[in-house]
Design a protein around this ligand. Structure first.
Ligand code: AMP
Ligand code: ZN
Ligand code: FE
Ligand code: FE
Length: 290
């Protein structure tokens, strides 16, 4: 094993992170990471800038995206690694996902207004800049205006699942997400399995088996939400199902102040995991061309 480390899950201002794509790469460099994948929610808007900065700073880079799927309990997020930024399938998918957000966000704002919170869609648009609007942007405004003390409290009180101003957005069925990531030239990896909120191990294994049948190639083993026990458990599951192991911090800049780029709950992600992903992406591309 080399002693190089990587981060395969992070967000920029293209979605709900607070650092620009180039700044994420600069931070990766400062933190001594040798490779990075940017995985913004529902967009590849940051990929070009990040890739250019990575090339100039000598950080290896893999394009990525994070997509929310329909899931009966918690959240199912699918990471797509090595997606082709020029793919028409990907462009259609991201457009559709962003429309679903545009449909949800004004409802959240209206509900907040009804609850006596002074906030406008315009403020949210300013907060998100050119990026895809996410709840962390709304949360940041609530903190700044003093309605809550932290992003976490904003989710607990207003924005989280089942909270006072919670509205779901349309999500795509897993089958479709796997298919679209695949057709965009990407490798589907199941993000932070802990967030699936499986009731027991048997249920978790069933979900992973179903995903494997749909073309899953990897499992996010290391993540900021994973304890050591969970890292061990997901590592075993990855081996059982013949899946690649991946990992990342899910860095969001100051929208998740406790998370440092390259560190996931005290752990670092080995370079070998990045290399295996890149190697697999190359093989899939060669197979698709045939
Ligand atoms: P959205 O894309 O608008 O559905 O928002 C999802 C983002 O909100 C992701 O970055 C999550 O990590 C973040 N998020 C979801 N629940 C919470 C929570 N309870 N506390 C802090 N951040 C959260
Ligand atoms: Zn996010
Ligand atoms: Fe996620
Ligand atoms: Fe994420």
């Amino acid at each position: 094993m080399s002693n190089q480390f990587v981060d395969l899950h992070c967000h920029s201002t293209a979605s709900d992170g607070t650092l620009a794509p180039a700044e994420v790469i600069q931070l990766a460099r400062r933190n001594g990471l040798s490779a990075l994948s940017l995985t913004d929610h529902d967009t590849i808007g940051g990929i070009e800038e990040a890739a250019a900065e990575a090339a100039s700073l000598g950080v290896d880079f893999l394009p990525g995206i994070e997509i929310s799927c329909e899931h009966p309990r918690g959240t199912m997020h699918l990471l797509g690694y090595g997606v082709d930024p020029a793919s028409a399938v990907l462009r259609d998918l991201t457009r559709r996902l962003i429309e679903a957000r545009n449909d949800r966000n004004p409802r959240i704002i209206r509900k907040l207004n009804e609850l006596g919170v002074a906030i406008t869609m315009r403020e949210v648009e300013v907060e998100s800049g050119d990026g895809v609007v996410g709840r962390p942007h709304i949360a940041a405004i609530l903190v700044r205006k003093g309605y809550v003390n932290s992003i976490k409290q904003a989710f607990d009180k207003y924005l989280g699942t089942g909270a006072a101003a919670y509205f779901d957005k349309e999500r795509i069925p897993p089958r479709e997400a796997f298919d679209l990531i695949h057709r965009s030239g990407g490798l589907p990896v199941l993000a932070h399995p802990v967030q699936l909120r499986a009731e027991n191990d048997a249920q978790l294994e069933r979900i992973i088996k179903d995903c494997a049948d749909l073309g899953l190639i990897g499992l996010e083993v290391i993540h900021s939400d994973h304890t050591s026990e969970l890292v061990d458990k997901y590592s075993r599951l990855a081996e059982t199902f013949g899946l690649l192991k991946t990992g990342g911090s899910d860095f969001h800049g100051t929208n998740k102040t406790q998370i440092e780029l390259g560190v996931a709950n005290g752990r670092r992600v080995p370079r070998e995991w990045f290399d295996a992903l890149v190697e697999r992406a190359g093989r899939e591309k060669a197979a698709m061309k045939r």
